[in-house]
Design a protein around this ligand. Structure first.
Ligand code: SAM
Length: 215
């Protein structure tokens, strides 16, 4: 991270750690990516607060501690290929890119993908591929994935995503109704089936069908 002054940076990392992100590699990935690059306009001043913030198209950049939690729950190894559904600002994908071999990230809003891609280029994150599409169908061309993360809430884990997860793979996603507090869950795909565990309550924008209109 190069943007914030040392005091702000220390506070930022402290707030992420104090909310349960203890994996050193995840903390290093968060430290390496300047969240200020992914926040625009009047909200840039608040980039280092542990809060979600508005971005274009009526969407949000997630809270840094939630980004850390979800990343930690994925247990990524350097050989992994990760699919993220819900590029948004691109911040989560950038953090993932520091831990995985390759990251595919997909969003239904072309404008968000365009803006995130510009930041990935600026940061020279060569292992991130961003695409426009309805990610609830996954990304069949690149499947199967070692890890899948969904950063928008569905009532249930979308079955195409479960199908595109490797055996031995992990998927992390919020489930529940969009106007309620949802539950962050982790799904492990084993030889014997799917194991689910509940991680914590969260609140995400909904996973919607089809392509979005740019605003
Ligand atoms: N991961 C993002 C970040 O780091 O800024 C935050 C994501 S934001 C909370 C949720 C995103 O999911 C929005 O950008 C929204 O457009 C996207 N989304 C919702 N439904 C989708 C779908 N079916 N396919 C792809 N993206 C979707």
């Amino acid at each position: 991270m190069s943007g914030p002054d040392p005091e702000t940076k220390m506070q930022f990392l402290y707030s992420v750690r104090s909310r349960g992100v203890t994996d050193q590699k995840v903390l290093e990935a968060i430290e390496a990516i300047d969240r200020g690059m992914f926040v625009r306009g009047i909200f840039t001043d608040r980039a280092y607060e542990d809060v979600p913030l508005p971005i274009a198209c009526g969407q949000t950049i997630s809270q840094p501690s939630v980004v850390g939690m979800m990343t930690q729950a994925l247990e990524i190894s350097p050989r992994d290929t990760v699919l993220e559904v819900g590029t948004g600002s691109g911040y989560q994908a950038a953090v993932l890119s520091k831990l995985a071999r390759r990251v595919y990230t997909i969003d239904r809003h072309a404008r968000l993908v365009r803006e995130a891609r510009a930041v990935f280029e600026q940061l020279q994150l060569a292992n991130v591929t961003s695409l426009v599409g309805d990610g609830s169908h996954g990304l069949n061309e690149q499947a199967p994935f070692d890890r899948i993360i969904v950063t928008a809430a569905a009532e249930d884990p979308p079955s195409p995503l479960l199908a595109q997860l490797k055996t031995g793979g992990i998927m992390v996603l919020p489930v529940g109704q969009s106007d309620h507090v949802q539950t962050l869950i982790r799904v492990r795909k084993t030889e014997d089936g799917l194991d689910y565990d509940e991680l914590r309550p969260v609140r995400f924008v909904p996973l919607l069908e089809g392509l979005g209109k740019d605003t």
